[in-house]
Write a protein that binds this ligand. Structure first.
Ligand SMILES: C[S@@+](CC[C@H](N)C(=O)[O-])C[C@H]1O[C@@H](n2cnc3c(N)ncnc32)[C@H](O)[C@@H]1O
Length: 349
């Protein structure tokens, strides 16, 4: 079998060779994930799997207000108190381009909080986040992976202070995971995605950053231990929490596309057959396509019309504008009989 970028060759396990027709099981909605969470039925999502824009990496071609922290301070805010996402966005801020990592983390957590009522009690949330080194002057690309492609860049001066010091590894994934825990999410795994083929870097005083984090969160029940769908038989051999998957240029040449081999085991293990997979930052729609190819239904959101269109091409769904939710809903086929297991807690950690 070959996937959209012509590189994926693994056969699908027999139990998931569902005769799903791409285009009937997936939908793509155009807009901000913050708003579009409201378009989902409550308790409908089995698995949220996503990779949000990383902090300070890319603008995805969007206009950003580079003076936003000055405006926040004029409005009475401080660096230490992040503005709510609604204020930030209204003032021209773009997710991922926050002047401070803590603001970015706060906005991400706000968006995942809005997903919470849409999740089934047995759902999982998998979030892939990468880290960044602090530089007072950083360059932000319009698109593309580091070292892959020669894309347009803007230079921005990032305010220094506190732990934001030259050459500092910012530990953004850890800050995000801890902030999620503080909002009652249960962290089940911190999977290290080892990327064996990251391009060489010019720095001669540190090792190459060649891993990213893939966090697995579940809901904390009102009482007792978390119970959620999980099929350990569907993960990689040996079930280790370090996974080696090469990075590949995306199907649009440069986008940060999910490698199918990275997400397929997450989808198979954390979403029952016929269940609903949500990628609220779906980019080119790789998670939707892998979900549908494996007998799950899928919904993706993306704020960029280009990516939403690309996702539609990948997953075969409808591209619905923010207000076209009914239309998008019609593109979703009825679920198959949900299978899988609810994993009973046996006290193991
Ligand atoms: C890291 S990429 C995701 C790539 C994706 N995993 C794939 O396989 O192609 C992040 C995506 O989030 C989108 N995005 C950024 N801010 C957003 C927002 N507020 N709401 C929805 N999508 C957003 C970007 O347009 C981009 O496509």
């Amino acid at each position: 079998m070959t996937d959209a970028d012509g590189t994926f060759q693994l056969p699908m396990p027999p139990q998931v060779q569902a005769p799903t027709v791409l285009g009937e099981a997936a939908a793509v909605r155009l807009g901000d994930a913050y708003d579009l969470m409201e378009s989902l039925d409550s308790s409908s999502v089995d698995l949220l799997i996503t990779s949000p824009p990383y902090w300070g990496h890319r603008s995805y071609g969007r206009e950003h207000n580079w003076k936003i922290h000055e405006e926040w301070q004029r409005a009475g805010g401080t660096v230490e108190t992040p503005p709510p996402y609604e204020w930030y966005r209204k003032a021209g801020g773009v997710l991922g381009l926050e002047p401070f990592p803590d603001w970015y983390v706060a906005h991400l957590v706000e968006i995942f909080e809005r997903a919470r009522p849409r999740l089934k009690g047995t759902a999982s949330v998998w979030v892939n986040v990468g880290d960044t080194y602090f530089a007072r002057w950083s360059s932000i690309r319009e698109s593309g992976r580091q070292g892959l492609g020669d894309n347009a860049r803007v230079r921005r001066r990032t305010p220094m202070g506190d732990y934001r010091q030259e050459k500092q590894l910012l530990m953004i994934p850890a800050r995000f995971a801890i902030a999620m825990q503080a909002r009652r999410w249960i962290l089940r795994n911190d999977v290290i995605w080892f990327k064996p083929n990251v391009p060489p870097r010019p720095e001669a005083d540190r090792l190459r950053l060649s891993h990213e984090h893939f966090f697995h969160f579940v809901l904390r029940p009102k009482e007792g231990r978390a119970k959620y769908h999980y099929d350990l038989a569907a993960v990689e051999p040996r079930a280790h929490d370090v996974i080696e998957v090469p990075v590949r240029a995306g199907q649009d040449g440069h986008s940060a596309t999910f490698p199918a081999d990275l997400i397929r085991p997450r989808i198979l293990s954390s979403c029952p057959p016929g269940g609903l997979v949500l990628d609220p930052f779906c980019g080119t729609g790789r998670a939707l396509a892998v979900a549908v190819q494996n007998g799950r239904r899928a919904i993706g959101f993306d704020v960029s019309p280009e990516f939403a269109k690309a996702a539609r091409g990948t997953a075969g769904g409808t591209v619905a504008p923010a207000k076209g939710n009914a239309r998008a809903r019609r593109a979703i086929v009825k679920p198959g009989t949900p299978g899988g297991r609810i994993r009973k807690s046996n006290g193991a950690r």
